[in-house]
Design a protein around this ligand. Structure first.
Ligand code: SAH
Length: 458
């Protein structure tokens, strides 16, 4: 490797001022232009760091002492904040988090998207930014004969038992506690990664926050769960609101959580929930937004940006179980949803029926394959909505949008960096980004969601 010269040495102790916060929640200090990333430091703070690692263009430090604290620094609420790693911003007040997320979106749109004068609105946050998650998924381990479940200690696979998670709906905490207790009592062994023995790998609890319905998913190595009848009997007695108990079997040696086979052990194969006036059936394997209160805010913004009159044909790419599609179908002539997971499309069709919506159609496949096909067949949407995973839209899809020329594009994004990259491509292809609205779907964490409104330039 070529030698490089950093202005600091490893193990140096230096005094720095933090200028910025990275997308993963580290403070940034610069020494002669060389950035040092420091966990737990906040913009505006001054402190002493120890240099711990040097890379070619940047290094890492450890915060040893703070001389001047940020006005937004707070004591983290959660007693296991440091060990867990699930939240990254609890040491920053909620107001500070919203300011940081807005800045992050604006910076990345300017740096990667070259969108200098784009309007980025202040982040729409929550009144109460705690206890919002509707889904909890924990690895299971053993301690002194009992079952534990919680999270992996950072940079390891040692499980730390978690009694409560402050961003999780209370109901999910209660469900996980009961499941650990009941399964432990009936002799269910936790899966052991080293020996590839034992039964229970993960437990997922999901609730419908409007309906109160609960689903439990046991992810197991084996087909059999010892004493499963007694376990189910006790769970259904102890947990009011339980509607569905499902088993997913994953017999492989792998870090991937879910296996291929899913079967219902008790009750229904789905639970129901509402976003606004629309009812959704949610199955064990389907993607469903984890913060229902903010999902409504996000979808309403997408609907506002789509600005529908009732005459439009709309495409919803990456539609999941059809959540955004059905929101749009309330105001559009016709909506076409496309999604890669077959189970999600089955749910989407079921959801359209459940809400008596006959103007929504769904197709399984890659957005970048299906939409070009539709275009070739003459389906030219007036409005196109995309909500891709973190890696953003495929180039083939962006190329098709540019050729298809829908008057409006609404881009819902969970990753500002790929949003910026894709907006640049769409701008170069004839679109103008009118405004961007970040919505805080994941308070206390470093995740940022945003909706962008684009129009075809005349
Ligand atoms: N709009 C939905 C889902 C968004 S998450 C909602 O708000 O609930 C992104 C979705 O894209 C996931 O459901 C994922 O399965 C799907 N997906 C990932 N890659 C895809 C691709 N290449 N083509 C179509 N869908 C894809």
């Amino acid at each position: 490797m070529a030698k490089f010269q950093a202005p600091v040495q490893k193990n140096d102790y230096i005094d720095v001022t933090f200028e910025d916060l990275t997308h993963d929640g580290n403070g940034v200090a610069k020494v002669e232009g060389y950035p040092l990333f420091v966990p737990n430091a906040l913009p505006g703070e001054r402190g002493k760091i120890k240099v711990v690692k040097l890379n070619k263009g940047y290094g890492f430090g450890r915060l040893m002492e703070i001389y001047e604290e940020s006005e937004y620094r707070v004591q983290p609420e959660c007693p296991i904040y440091k060990e867990c790693g699930g939240c990254q911003l609890q040491h920053l007040s909620y107001k500070g988090q919203l300011i940081a997320k807005e800045k992050q979106v604006r910076d990345v749109l300017e740096r990667i998207g070259k969108l200098d004068n784009v309007v980025v609105h202040p982040v729409l946050g929550m009144d109460n930014p705690w206890r919002y998650r509707n889904k909890s998924q924990v690895p299971i381990g053993e301690r002194e004969g009992g079952l534990i479940g919680g999270f992996y200690q950072q940079r390891s696979h040692d499980i730390i038992d978690m009694d409560a998670c402050l961003i999780q709906h209370e109901q999910n905490d209660i469900v996980l506690r009961k499941v650990k207790e009941i399964c432990g009592k009936y002799g269910v062994r936790a899966y052991n990664e080293q020996t590839h023995k034992g039964t229970l790998r993960h437990v997922m609890a999901r609730n419908g926050q409007v309906t109160g319905e609960i689903m439990i998913v046991f992810i197991t190595r084996t087909q059999e769960i010892p004493n499963v009848k007694k376990i189910i009997q006790e769970i259904t007695k102890e947990i009011p609101g339980i509607k569905s108990i499902v088993q997913n079997i994953n017999s492989k040696r792998t870090n991937v959580i879910f296996g291929e086979e899913t079967k219902v052990l008790w009750g229904e194969d789905v639970i129901y929930d509402f976003i606004g006036d629309i009812k959704f059936a949610i199955s064990a394997r389907s993607f469903y937004q984890v913060n229902p209160e903010q999902t409504k805010v996000l979808y309403n913004k997408a609907l506002e940006y789509a600005d529908l009159s009732g005459e439009e044909s709309v495409i919803d790419a990456y539609c999941g179980i059809g959540t955004i599609s059905l929101f749009l179908a309330q105001k559009a002539k016709k909506v076409f949803g496309v999604e890669i997971v077959p189970e999600a499309i089955a749910d989407a069709k079921r959801n359209a029926e459940l809400n008596d919506m006959e103007n929504a159609e769904f197709a399984v496949g890659e957005a970048e394959t299906v939409i070009p096909k539709w275009y070739a067949q003459g389906n030219k949407a007036d409005v196109l909505v995309v909500d891709p995973p973190r890696k953003g839209c495929d180039q083939a899809l962006l190329d098709t949008i540019i050729k298809m020329k829908p008057k409006k594009v609404v881009y819902v994004s969970c990753n500002p960096a790929t949003l910026a990259r894709d907006l640049k491509i769409l701008e170069d292809g004839g679109y103008k980004t009118i405004e961007v609205q970040p919505v805080d779907m994941f308070p206390q964490t470093n995740h940022v969601e945003a909706v962008a409104r684009l129009e075809l330039k005349l």
